[in-house]
Design a protein around this ligand. Structure first.
Ligand code: GRF
Length: 188
């Protein structure tokens, strides 16, 4: 049984979708939720589904040892970032080589990097009058949004679309594709 940890900082819509898609599977389970924000929505999803969760404050994330210890305690062997707004440190990357996945709400390498998250991404896509946006699922290294790309999915953007409407189209792609790409990558 592969044991996934999902890291998140926000509402956890992607985490909830992954949890639901794992139900009934006998090969992959969500074993732990890691969050750096007390009270974030992702923690409520963990509680509702009886999944252990741990809040690790940003300063503790910096030293990395507490995080790695918690992951080892829960026998985690893959990590999925789903709206986690902190960089993953090099010690954590070394402890989980090519076993950390992230989803970014744009077509990397454009619109990625420090500070490019959530509505900032869709506003930049809108400002640049892009005719396409989408999602990128990639391996994680110690730089923001920089690891090898696993898959990308695109959505057409109309000239009349607002940043909010762009976000809606991108989130539809996340819900449609993230779980299956995770499963295919892990089970390869
Ligand atoms: C999503 O847009 C995802 O692409 C990005 O952060 C957001 C997370 O939203 N990594 P949620 O917390 O899963 O609702």
């Amino acid at each position: 049984m592969i044991r996934l940890a999902i890291f998140g900082s926000g509402s956890g819509s992607n985490a909830l979708n992954i949890i639901e898609q794992c139900k009934g599977r006998h090969d992959i389970q969500v074993a732990l939720i890691i969050c750096n924000v007390e009270g974030a929505g992702i923690l409520q999803h963990a509680k509702n589904h009886g999944i252990p969760s741990v809040v690790i404050a940003n300063n503790e994330l910096k030293t990395e040892e507490p995080l790695i210890h918690v992951l080892q305690e829960h026998h985690v062997n893959w990590i999925v970032l789903a709206g986690f707004l902190r960089k993953i440190g090099s010690k954590t990357c070394q402890a989980f080589p090519n076993k950390i996945l992230n989803i970014h709400p744009a077509l990397l390498p454009k619109y990625g990097g420090k500070g490019m998250y959530g509505h900032f991404v869709h506003e930049a896509v809108y400002e640049n009058k892009e005719r396409q946006s989408g999602i990128t699922i990639h391996f994680v290294n110690e730089h923001y949004d920089d690891g090898n790309i696993i898959a990308q999915f695109t959505a057409d953007i109309d000239s009349t679309d607002s940043p909010k409407e762009i976000e809606t189209k991108v989130r539809e792609l996340e819900i449609a594709h993230f779980p299956s790409v995770i499963f295919e990558t892990i089970l390869k």
